[in-house]
Write a protein that binds this ligand. Structure first.
Ligand code: SAM
Length: 329
C-alpha cells in the first residue's frame, strides 16, 4: 500500500458523512432529492447535535456556491458551448452531478463533464446505487458503459465514476485522460471535501503538483480542518487519530496561511483560505436564518469554535484569462 492506513477506516468516514448529510436533508437544512438514493439505510447511526448539521449545511452550500461561480466564469469567458470539467476527489456518495442537472439554467447551457473518484469499495456501492435508481440513471446522458472495473466504475457522456487512489498520480492520470477522456486544455475544477486530511502531507503535495503541472487552467476547492494545534483542534485531531484514519500531520492544517501555502508551493498561481465562520457570511442571510429556525443552537460559542476549525481554500492556476483569480470566497 502507499501508506499504512487501513482503507476500511477511511471508507467508513464516507458512510458517516453521508448519513449526517442525509439527516440534515431530511430535517430540511437543504434539498437533495438524490442523496436518499445513495445512502445505505441499514447502518447504525445516532442523531447529531444541531451544530453538526449546520456545519454540513455551510459546507455543502459554500462548496456549491464556488462550483457555480467556476461554471459561470468559464461560460462567460469561453462562451456557452465551453466544456466545464469537474473532478470530485474522494467524492463518496456526493450527488453533485445530479444536483447540477437539476439546475435547469446550467443544463440549458453547454457541456459538462463530472468525474467522481474514490476508492473501489466506495465506487462499487455508488455504482450499485446509481444503476439501481431509474431517477439517477435517467439523468445520465448517452449510453451508460461499464468502466475498467465492472460494477465499480461507469462512464456516460457527461458523468464518470472511477475507482482510484489519489495518492497514486500515475493511475489517476491514466484513468482521467484515457478512460474519462478529460482534456487537460479545458478549464478543470478539482474538489476535495474532507479528503486531504486522510493522506500524508507528502501525498497531498504530490497530488497538487501533478494537477498544476498537467492542467493548463485549473481551480481547486479544498474543505478541511484548520487550527489543529490549539486546544479544541487537538481534541478533534486526537479523535480522528483514534478512528484510525488520520495521516496528515497537524502542521499541514495549522493555519489558514498554511492551507494557502500548500498550493502556492506546488505551482498554483493564487490561493485564499477562510474559516467557516467567515464563509458563512457569504451565504444568503435569509437562508441562514431559515436554517437557524430548524433547531436551536444551545451554545453559539461552541458552534463558533467548531466553525473556526474548518476551512475552505480556493486556489487557481492559469485561470486569470477567464477570471478564476477574481473569484472570492
Ligand atoms: N467528499 C465526500 C463528502 O464530503 O461527502 C466524502 C467525504 S469522506 C469524509 C472522505 C472520502 O475520501 C471517502 O469517501 C474516502 O474513501 C475518500 N478517500 C480518502 N482517501 C482517499 C484516497 N487516497 N483515494 C481516493 N479516495 C480517498
Amino acid at each position: 500500500t502507499v501508506n499504512s492506513i487501513p482503507d476500511e477506516n477511511i471508507i467508513q468516514t464516507n458512510e458517516e458523512a453521508s448519513l449526517c448529510k442525509l439527516d440534515a436533508v431530511k430535517l430540511g437544512y437543504w434539498q437533495d432529492p438524490y442523496l436518499p438514493m445513495m445512502v445505505h439505510g441499514s447502518l447504525r447511526h445516532e442523531r447529531k447535535a444541531p451544530d453538526m448539521y449546520k456545519g454540513y449545511y455551510a459546507r455543502v452550500k459554500c462548496v456549491e456556491r464556488l462550483v457555480l461561480q467556476f461554471i459561470a466564469a468559464v461560460r462567460r469567458a469561453r462562451g456557452p458551448d465551453a466544456v466545464v470539467q469537474i473532478v470530485n476527489l474522494g467524492a463518496g456518495y456526493d450527488t453533485l452531478y445530479w444536483r447540477l442537472h437539476a439546475n435547469a439554467e446550467l443544463v440549458r447551457q453547454g457541456k459538462m463533464r463530472v468525474v467522481d473518484l474514490d476508492l473501489l469499495p466506495v465506487t462499487t456501492k455508488k455504482c450499485h446505487f446509481i444503476r439501481g435508481h431509474k431517477q439517477l440513471m435517467d439523468l445520465l446522458i448517452g449510453e451508460v458503459r461499464d468502466g475498467e472495473v465492472a460494477h465499480g466504475e461507469l462512464h456516460s457522456d457527461e458523468y464518470d465514476l472511477i475507482s482510484s487512489d489519489i495518492r497514486d498520480t500515475l493511475q489517476i492520470e491514466r484513468k482521467l485522460m484515457d478512460n474519462c477522456k478529460l482534456d487537460p486544455k479545458q478549464p478543470t475544477l478539482f474538489i476535495a471535501e474532507c479528503v486531504l486530511i486522510y493522506m500524508s502531507t507528502g501525498s497531498t503535495k504530490q497530488l497538487l503538483s501533478w494537477i498544476a503541472k498537467t492542467f493548463h487552467t485549473a481551480a481547486f476547492i479544498n474543505y478541511e480542518q484548520v487550527h489543529m494545534d490549539d486546544h479544541f483542534g487537538q481534541i478533534m485531531f486526537d479523535a480522528l487519530k483514534a478512528q484510525g484514519c488520520l495521516l496528515a500531520d497537524a502542521d499541514s492544517c495549522k493555519s489558514l496561511e498554511m492551507h494557502e501555502q500548500r498550493f502556492l508551493k506546488t505551482g498554483w498561481d493564487g490561493a485564499q483560505a477562510a474559516d467557516m465562520n467567515q464563509m458563512c457570511g457569504s451565504l444568503p442571510q435569509a437562508d441562514v436564518d431559515r436554517v437557524d429556525r430548524i433547531a436551536m443552537i444551545d451554545e453559539p460559542e461552541v458552534l463558533r469554535q467548531l466553525f473556526a476549525h474548518y476551512s475552505i481554500t480556493w486556489a487557481q492556476k492559469g485561470g486569470a484569462d477567464i477570471g478564476l483569480d477574481k473569484i472570492r470566497l
